[in-house]
Design a protein around this ligand. Sequence first.
Ligand code: TYD
Ligand code: MG
Length: 456
Amino acid sequence: MASKAKTVFYCTSCGNESPKWMGRCPACGEWNTMKEAPVEPKKGPATGGARGGSVGTGRRPQPLREIDDSQEARISLGMGEVDRILGGGMVRGSLVLIGGEPGIGKSTLSLQIPLCCKDLRTLYVTGEESARQVGMRARRLGGDSSYCTIFCETLIGAVIEEAQAMGPDLMIVDSVQTMYTDTVDSAPGSVSQIKEVASALLRFAKESGVPVILIGHITKDGFIAGPKILEHIVDVVLQFEGENRGSYRILRSIKNRFGSTSELAVFEMTGTGLREVANPSEMLIPMHEQGLSGTAIAAMLDGTRPLLFEVQALVSSAVYGTAQRSATGFDARRLNMLLAVLEKRAGFHLSAKDVFLNMAGGLKVSDPAVDLAVICAVLSSNFDFAIPSDVCFAGEVGLSGEIRPVGQIERRVQEAARLGFKRIFISSFSKVEVKPEGIRVVKVADVPALVKALFK
Ligand code: TYD
Ligand code: MG
């Protein structure tokens, strides 16, 4: 009896499987994300493990204190900022995904790593560019290319076979969307291919101890193209962000099994590749003269590092009936909440005003300490009153208009003093025990007190 090839439907958002098509994924609730893919034949090493318990793998449980973690030794990738966001270098046998929109610089970054790193024998697998193209780029980037091998291949089985034979210190695969396996019938880049390719690379990394960097494209709405399941498979997800036209790029860790996830590194795209910006505050603080209203400097913390940057606001009378509110890099609901606090607790009438908010340098912030700079930027634009350029802010604003303390205030004050700021506004509930020279710490309890101290 002739039977039709079996297919299954995958949700491209969460990876949920279903035997029939549905308009809405029952697992994650997303609309129109179910895609058809052929059922994968069960070939090769099964990921599900032995069924029924009759077959063993020969592994035994081990006491925790006897586990040898010397294998976890980290290798340095030769770029200080990349090592730092990985948590101090790359762990052997780990699989790191670098995601980002096309053209952002993923290939450049991943090629710069073997060029910067003297004695790291690297296998650079590319399915996107020809060897000549990679060679041209490498010459433009400069550096020492004697330890790097380029392999143009898209069949993942062949890639892994080559890697096993060569035993490199690092493998880079550009990109997951171009690789395919012949155990699955669907086209490269489809959900089932991506899942298989990533799992094969993960198995290779874990078994051989070779660390693997995998590059993945991100769709316009900010998701790694293909399924969310890719993020579940890999150990570390680094996301490359930045405006395509601007020269600054931000690499952020959004998942890290071996370190913190709130780290962020800044790079500048130059004619000869990416340059690390070791001191991003200096680049995020404007060079314009005094006298511009609508800006305020926030002292935020990204992971473990203090970062000062400019918050910009524009408040103008609403032309249409309802006022517009828009926030770039900042939670729009939080902006609405802060505007409501200003209205209700401090008597500013902003309900008939359009409010636009922007975080400088394309940053996306979630640190609540930015609240204080946001309300100061809004008030500054509203009154057309410039805040002196040697003043910065670090505080959370509560619903009753109180200014709440934020974590690690001393490090923020220190960074502000280092960058030459003369005054920092913080919550009166914050304790600053060691105060650096040259900066005045102004403590304010609530929004009215802040307005009095700043605008009077
Ligand atoms: P690329 O690494 O190819 O992006 P991705 O792999 O993420 O798609 O980067 C491409 C952009 O970077 C391209 O617009 C040119 C620019 N670029 C430079 O400005 N300087 C350089 O030295 C290199 C190699 C690229
Ligand atoms: Mg590329």
